[in-house]
Design a protein. Structure first.
Ligand SMILES: Cc1ncc(COP(=O)(O)O)c(C=O)c1O
Length: 391
């Protein structure tokens, strides 16, 4: 009372992730007794596998309840180095690994550690909203790389070339991508690697959905010549092990940068929770059959939701190759994406996100997460169809 809270000017540049706002509104409607189907938030509807939960319980009982090293417990950094080395087919040292609370801090810390105010950062648009938010917040210039439906939402490397300037210091890539589910091809990655070397910029490869991929192999930019020296790989446990609430992720990067990201951890979180890190070792080294079953189920749901949406007037939906999102074109409905987000939630009881949550180039699209049961998706499709008829 009586205090005037002065907010720093830089806060006006900080964006958000509106999925959390839509989730809060959907929960408020549920609180009023409304039935809502949740297709807004990007998290698996599966439980964390039992072996991982048991490892965390044991870790608590074994006393892993204290501070640990800022960059992560050595045994987890080693398990991550082994897993990334195995899955990407390259040599990775534990000293290149920094464990953080979720994948998100790697976006934040790598931009903070590598980019000066005024430098240009190229990022996918539509893309994960935190990229644009943090680029703006640190005072860099956000340069959107359009991910166009006409190009199956893939990276247009010729267009990327036209966006590179002498001030470009950093590029963000995300494959498989949120919100489109698009997967980068080997030719695209090879050309991006050449461009990064030629124009001397750093790349953040956000590979948080690397194992949620259908009918193909994940290709990592890290495996291309010259990339290990200039690439930060973001991955984590949230999506693939259904561990969103545990807050456990990591970056793999050159050792020189790992030192500074570790120091940012000391300055912010001190360390990632110790017992969740012990559970992370079990996740990586324990049985992987639940992961495979989950991905197979996502593929079944993808086929189901894509064909269902394409049967609704005004919807046109490409078949994504990875992640657990669809990004249908809804321009034929003659409403803005935001109007439809509100309409489908308030009038039809289906929570989804306007494409513009992912940047200005998301206008004309909405994002639905199919991390929900086929039964719920079926009901959501009915509600959407009825809603469209009433528009
Ligand atoms: C592309 C992308 N990167 C990073 C993250 C952050 O993941 P985490 O919950 O582990 O911080 C997400 C989460 O939705 C995402 O979609």
């Amino acid at each position: 009372m009586g205090l005037i809270m002065k907010i720093a000017e830089s806060m006006s540049r900080l964006g958000t992730e509106t999925a959390f706002e839509v989730l809060a509104r959907a929960r408020a409607l549920e609180g009023e007794g409304r039935s809502i189907i949740h297709l807004e938030i990007g998290e698996p509807d599966f439980d964390t596998p039992a072996n991982i939960r048991d490892a965390a319980k044991k870790a608590l009982d074994d006393g892993h309840t204290h501070y640990g090293p800022s960059a992560g417990i050595p045994a987890l950094r080693e398990a991550i180095a082994t897993e990334i080395g195995r899955s990407r087919g390259i040599e990775v040292s534990p000293a290149q690994v920094v464990v953080v609370p979720g994948g998100k801090p790697i976006i934040f810390f790598s931009l903070l550690a590598c980019v000066n105010p005024g430098e240009e950062v190229i990022y996918p648009n539509p893309g994960f909203p935190i990229y644009e938010s943090v680029i703006n917040w640190i005072g860099a210039k956000a340069v959107p790389l359009p991910m166009r439906e006409a190009n199956s939402f893939g990276i247009d490397v010729s267009e990327l070339e036209t966006l590179i300037s002498p001030r470009t210091s950093f590029l963000i890539l995300n494959s498989p991508a949120n919100p489109t589910g698009a997967v980068a091809t080997g030719e695209q990655l090879a050309r991006i690697a050449e461009l990064a070397i030629e124009h001397d910029f750093i790349v953040l490869a956000d590979e948080i959905y690397s194992r949620i991929i259908y009918g193909g192999e994940h290709l990592s930019l890290l495996t291309f010549p010259g990339m290990a020296e200039r690439l930060i790989l973001l991955d984590g446990f949230s999506k693939i092990y259904a561990m969103t609430g545990w807050r456990l992720g990591y970056g793999v990067m050159p050792e020189k940068l790992a030192f500074w990201v570790g120091r940012l951890m000391t300055n912010s979180n001190s360390c990632t929770a110790s017992f969740t890190q012990i559970a992370g070792i079990e996740a990586l080294t324990g049985p992987q059959d639940e992961v495979r079953a989950m991905v197979a189920e996502f593929e079944r749901r993808r086929d189901f939701i894509v064909s269902g949406l394409n049967k609704i007037d005004g919807f046109s939906c490409l078949q994504p190759e990875g992640a657990f999102y669809v990004f249908p074109n809804i321009t034929a409905l003659g409403r803005t994406s935001k109007e439809l987000e509100i309409y489908f939630l308030e009038e039809c009881g289906v929570a989804m996100l306007t494409g513009t949550s992912f940047g200005a180039l998301g206008e004309g699209y909405i994002r639905l997460s199919y991390a929900n049961s086929v039964e719920n998706i079926t009901e959501a499709l009915h509600r959407i169809k009825d809603g469209v008829a009433r528009l």
